[in-house]
Design a protein around this ligand. Structure first.
Ligand code: 4AD
Ligand code: MG
Length: 475
C-alpha cells in the first residue's frame, strides 16, 4: 500500500512493482477497450492514472456506473511506464474495489472549476479540490517549519490559555464565555437559582464558575511573557479569537497566532527574529513543497515563487512610523483615508508602502505613536512613541505586530492609569516587573495571513479549513 506522493521521478525506479493505491476518483474515462481512472489520495497534487482493461477483477463496477467522480476506491496493479504525455508512470490495474460510491448527480465538486465563494458553502468537501488540498499541505508545512525554526533556536513552546480574564490588546474585541444551563428547579439551595434566567429560561452560570467575566483570548502574549521571564525564549502557537465585525479578506474571528517572546532582548532583536523566522519558513516551503508551489505559481498568483525567493534572500526594509507618514504624504496616489501623524495606517497605506514604494519587499515599520498602540509597549525616550514594530508584506499588509515590552514598573503603572485600566486586575503582570524584571520583546504573526502570503490565496477564509467570520460558523 503506497501513497501517491512521490509519484513523479522516484516512481521511475519502481517500475514493475505491484502496488495498492487508495483514494478518491477525480475522473473516470471509459473508452471502448480501456478505462482510465485518475485517483488522488491527498498526499500530493498528482493523481495516479489507473488503466483498466475490461477483463480485470471488479470491472463490473465500471459497467454499473459505480466509479464516478468523488467515489473512494482501492486499486491494485503493476507500475508501468505511461504512454500518455501528462504522467511518467501509471498503474496497470488487476483489481478494483469501490469502497464508497458518490452520486454524480448531487456531488458538488465536479471537474469544472468552481468559484471559491461556492466552495466555502461546501467547506466539508472542498479539500477534495486541487487548490484546497495544496493549501492544506502548505499550511501543514508552514506549521512544521515554525516549530522547527523555534526548536532549533532554543525556544520552548508554551500553551497559552484559550479562556482568560484579561484583554491583551485592550481593543474590546473579545468573545465572552457563557455557561448556559437550565435553572435547577428541584434544588432550591442551588446557587444557580439566585442567578436571573435568560429569556429561554437558561441561567448564565459563568460568573459563578470563573468568579469573574471570562473571554476567549485575543493573544497569548501576556502569558508568554510570564514564561519568557523564567525560561528566556519561548513561543506560543495556538488559536486566538477576535470579535471584530470586519468583513474583510484579511480578518477572521478565529485565527491561529504564533507569538515568540524573547528575554534580555530589545526591539532590534525582535525585528531580527521576525526576519529570520519569516525567511526560514518561506525557504522551507520553497524547498519542500515544490509541486504545490508550482501549482500556486501557475494558477493562483503568477510569479509567487520569484517573489517569495526574494523575500527569503533580501534584507527587509526598515522605516520609522514618522518616515512612513512622510513617504505617504508625498505619494502621488490618492488615499481614501487621510495620512496624519498619530493615526493608524490603513491597509491601503500599508499596501502602498510595500507594493509601490518598495517593489514587493517586506517592510518593517517601527516606533509608532503610543496612543494608537497597546498599554504594554515600551515607551521611547521621546515620550510620544513606543518601541513597536509591524512587518508589512505585499497583498496582505500587516503580517506581524510586535514590540519591546515596558519592563519598568513605574512606567507601566502610569500607562495603566492613563488608560483607565484597573491596576488590580494586572497584578500578576505587574509582578513580572517587581521580581527580576528584564528587557524583553516579542511579536505575533497571524498564521492564516502567512498562509495567504505563501500561497497567493486572496481571501483569508480560504487559508483555514473552517473559517469563522461574521455570519459563518457552519461545519
Ligand atoms: O497586531 P496584533 O493585534 O498583536 C498582538 O496581538 C500582540 N499581542 C502580538 C504580540 O506581540 N505577541 O496581532 C498580531 C497579528 C497581526 O499582525 C495579524 O497578522 C494577525 O495577528 N491578526 C489577525 N489575523 C486574522 N484575523 C484577525 N482578525 C487578526 N487580527 C490580528
Ligand atoms: Mg497589529
Amino acid at each position: 500500500i503506497v501513497d501517491i506522493k512521490g509519484g513523479t521521478d522516484e516512481w521511475l525506479d519502481r517500475l514493475g512493482e505491484y502496488l495498492v493505491v487508495r483514494g478518491w476518483v477525480r475522473t473516470c474515462r471509459v473508452q471502448s477497450t480501456v478505462t482510465f481512472i485518475e485517483v488522488n489520495d491527498g498526499s500530493c497534487l498528482s493523481n495516479m492514472q489507473c488503466v483498466l482493461s475490461p477483463d480485470v477483477e471488479g470491472y463490473d463496477q465500471i459497467d454499473s456506473g459505480l466509479v464516478t467522480t468523488g467515489a473512494s476506491v482501492c486499486v491494485e496493479g503493476t507500475l508501468v511506464q505511461s504512454q500518455g504525455a501528462k504522467q511518467k508512470v501509471e498503474l496497470k490495474v488487476t483489481k478494483l474495489v469501490t469502497v464508497g460510491t458518490s452520486d454524480p448527480t448531487s456531488f458538488p465538486i465536479q471537474k469544472k472549476r468552481a468559484t471559491r465563494e461556492f466552495l466555502r458553502t461546501v467547506a466539508h468537501l472542498r479539500p477534495r479540490t486541487n487548490t484546497f488540498g495544496a493549501v492544506a499541505r502548505v499550511r501543514n508545512a508552514l506549521a512544521f517549519a515554525t516549530h522547527k525554526f523555534f526548536q532549533e533556536n532554543g525556544f520552548v513552546w508554551i500553551s497559552s490559555p484559550i479562556i482568560t480574564a484579561s484583554d491583551c490588546e485592550g481593543a474590546g474585541e473579545q468573545f465572552c464565555v457563557t455557561t448556559l444551563i437550565p435553572r435547577s428547579r428541584d434544588d432550591t439551595n442551588s446557587p444557580v437559582n439566585s442567578i436571573p434566567s435568560t429569556k429561554d429560561g437558561l441561567v448564565d452560570w459563568s460568573l459563578d464558575f470563573f468568579g469573574k467575566p471570562a473571554f476567549l483570548t485575543v493573544s497569548g502574549q501576556l502569558n508568554a511573557e510570564t514564561y519568557a521571564t523564567a525560561l528566556s525564549d519561548v513561543y506560543t502557537f495556538g488559536p486566538t479569537f477576535r470579535a471584530e465585525n470586519s468583513n474583510t479578506s484579511r480578518h477572521l474571528a478565529e485565527f491561529w497566532m504564533i507569538e515568540p517572546e524573547l528575554a534580555f532582548a530589545d526591539l532590534n532583536d525582535d525585528m531580527a527574529c521576525a526576519t529570520a523566522y519569516l525567511q526560514y519558513v518561506v525557504r522551507y516551503i520553497l524547498e519542500n513543497c515544490k509541486e504545490d508551489m508550482d501549482f500556486f505559481n501557475t494558477w493562483i498568483e503568477k510569479g509567487i515563487i520569484g517573489r517569495l525567493t526574494n523575500v527569503a534572500e533580501k534584507d527587509f526594509v526598515q522605516l520609522t512610523y514618522s518616515d512612513a507618514i512622510e513617504l505617504l504624504s508625498k505619494a502621488k496616489k490618492k488615499f481614501e483615508f487621510p495620512v496624519i501623524w498619530g493615526s493608524d495606517l490603513q491597509s491601503e497605506h500599508e499596501r502602498y508602502i510595500t507594493e509601490d514604494a518598495y517593489g514587493g519587499c517586506p517592510v518593517i515599520i517601527r516606533d509608532y505613536p503610543k496612543d494608537i498602540k497597546a498599554f504594554y509597549m515600551r515607551q521611547n525616550d521621546d515620550g510620544k512613541t513606543v518601541a513597536a514594530m509591524d512587518v508589512l508584506v505585499p497583498r496582505v499588509g500587516e503580517l506581524i505586530g510586535g514590540s519591546q515590552r515596558e519592563e519598568r514598573l513605574d512606567f507601566l503603572e502610569n500607562r495603566l492609569a492613563e488608560l483607565n485600566l484597573n491596576k488590580e486586575s494586572y497584578w500578576w503582570y505587574l509582578d513580572l516587573r517587581r521580581y527580576g524584571s528584564v528587557p524583553h520583546a516579542g511579536f505575533g504573526l497571524g498564521f492564516e495571513r502567512l498562509v495567504q502570503f505563501a500561497t497567493g490565496i486572496d481571501n483569508i477564509r480560504d487559508a483555514i479549513p473552517f473559517p469563522r467570520a461574521p455570519g459563518s460558523a457552519e461545519f
